[in-house]
Ligand binder design. Structure first.
Ligand SMILES: Cc1cc2nc3c(=O)[nH]c(=O)nc-3n(C[C@H](O)[C@H](O)[C@H](O)COP(=O)(O)OP(=O)(O)OC[C@H]3O[C@@H](n4cnc5c(N)ncnc54)[C@H](O)[C@@H]3O)c2cc1C
Length: 474
């Protein structure tokens, strides 16, 4: 057991570094057991890393590398997250995907991809002839030769899952230290001494879920088995007027280098075009570029010319935590009481709950004592921020009971004063306008806050440039 230094906080049984979708999923799973657990996150909120900027698809894993851990965990994770989304109110739509062949060579590959899907345990893929493809997607550009249908690929809200996991974990007693960076780790009396930007913490077991920094946190513990090679993906978000153009996720035939550029609806009622795939030197280089966005528009003109003619609402970029290896870097070292969930590159949102399940069973095998908690709180029901279901401004009964749900503050996204008030009073309140956006959709619409940012910021007690201000209204 780690020695308890006089004056220091008691050592946590488990300390998790990183509160992205992976770290929060692990925290939620460990919260079921009689353990003290702390999450240390450098950002001022949960889900501020790669988790906030992805393509938001709940994958089936049909195209994973057969036999890989990623294949197994994506399949299991999709099943778990589909069930959890229903319980927790996470927006999810089963749109299905069409993997489109544009050349004879690509058309010839569809059979192999279908066979690979079966190897990955996915048996519902089926060929779609060109005439049926155009009947299903009338706005598809000319020249498509056929497609493979993957009916279970789905679109999901990427922001609510980490918030739901963290809320559930916090209610079960997990401690979140946000705005706290881990700077160094040393072995201490059978556990770890963790030096952070806000002082030293002690723990018996350490879990590395640091995303793009998972290699540096691994190195702090003496590991050196992988290096993160950030791969940037730029995306374009089209206006809601484009939504009727697209019925399902339109995938390209992948190459060995990339899954390629897709067109996908979002659960907020927009359409995404992207992502690019470019290796970059910096782990913080989330800038969009003229070349990247230009290449997306070129691809978009081929896939769906009518889409490219629509208004663009926003552009963004995320960094995949790719490594020199082709699989996730998940392992537990019993001797060091250390677990690593790193290198979770392009499927971590889908696989998050399965990664947590797998890592927890590995921790148990390694000696972490897991005794069920008898007093587990129920999973939270999160505020619904999707476009397909009933939003508060549409809910007459809710407005009659509380007039704040009838007062729209963000007109593009129809966000009400009641929702902003609820977010500010939630278990994990936002620290700035970006956090409020991920909880409510405020400022996420076609004006990108041009009209409502000042009013929303005043209501929330934040400065309009996004920084948190002291003293939020109740
Ligand atoms: C362009 C793109 C598209 C994608 N599309 C999809 C998709 O459609 N479906 C899907 O399932 N997945 C997708 N992904 C992948 C998915 O987004 C990631 O796998 C997932 O978000 C990784 O989560 P994470 O928790 O490992 O990392 P992160 O979200 O990056 O979290 C790691 C956290 O660790 C913190 N941290 C780092 N170092 C320290 C430190 N020293 N001290 C304290 N905290 C620290 C960071 O601040 C960060 O918040 C996509 C990714 C990209 C980039």
């Amino acid at each position: 057991m780690t020695e308890h230094r006089p004056g220091a906080a008691a050592p946590a049984d488990v300390l998790i570094v990183g509160a992205g979708v992976v770290g929060t999923a692990i925290a939620r799973t460990l919260a079921r057991y009689e353990l003290t657990c702390t999450v240390i996150e450098a950002g001022n909120d949960v889900g501020t890393g790669t988790t906030k900027a992805n393509t938001a698809i709940l994958h089936t894993g049909f195209d994973a590398v057969p036999g890989s851990l990623e294949s197994r965990l994506v399949r299991r994770g999709a099943e778990l997250l589909r069930g959890y989304a229903q319980q927790a109110g996470i927006p999810l739509e089963r749109t299905g995907a069409l993997l489109v062949a544009w050349t004879a060579e690509q058309a010839a590959q569809l059979g192999e991809i279908e066979a690979k899907a079966r190897q990955n345990g996915y048996h519902a893929a089926s060929p779609v002839p060109a005439a049926e493809l155009y009947a299903r997607e009338p706005h598809l550009g000319p020249g498509a030769l056929g497609a493979l249908s993957i009916p279970d690929e789905s679109i999901i809200c990427p922001w609510t899952p980490p918030l739901a996991y963290a809320t559930e974990a916090a209610r079960a007693g997990v401690r979140f230290e946000l705005g706290t960076r881990v700077l160094g780790i040393s072995a201490a009396d059978g556990g770890h001494e963790v030096r952070t930007s806000k002082g030293t913490r002690y723990c018996r077991w350490l879990v590395n879920a640091a995303g793009l920094e998972s290699d540096s946190v691994d190195a702090m513990t003496g590991g050196a088995s992988f290096t993160i090679r950030p791969r940037r993906g730029e995306l374009i978000v089209f206006d809601k007027l484009a939504r009727p153009l697209v019925n399902s996720i339109l995938l390209p035939v992948p190459t060995p280098q990339t899954k390629g550029v897709l067109v996908a609806p979002t659960v907020y009622g927009n359409v995404l075009l992207g992502p690019t795939a470019q290796d970059v030197a910096s782990k913080t280089d989330t800038a969009t570029t003229e070349a990247g966005l230009g290449s997306l528009l070129d691809a978009g003109r081929r896939i769906m010319p009518d889409l490219v003619a629509e208004e663009v609402t926003a552009t963004y970029a995320g960094l995949r935590a790719a490594t020199e290896h082709r699989d996730y870097q998940i392992r537990v070292d019993p001797a060091r009481r250390y677990a690593c969930a790193g290198g979770i590159r392009s499927t971590g949102l889908t696989a998050s709950l399965a990664i947590a399940e797998y890592l927890t069973s590995q921790l148990a095998d390694a000696g972490l004592d897991l005794r069920d908690r008898p007093d587990l709180p129920p999973p939270p029901v999160m505020p619904y921020i999707g476009q397909a279901g009933l939003r508060p401004y549409q809910d007459a009964a809710r407005i009659a009971a509380d007039g704040a749900y009838g007062e729209i503050v963000c007109h593009c996204e129809r966000v009400t004063r009641g929702e902003i008030r609820d977010a500010l009073g939630s278990d994990l309140p936002p620290a700035d306008l970006d956090g409020l956006r991920r909880r409510t959709r405020a400022l996420n619409g076609r004006c990108q806050g041009f009209f409502c940012a000042a009013a929303v910021a005043e209501l929330a007690g934040f400065r309009a440039n996004g920084a948190g201000a002291a003293g939020r209204p109740a």
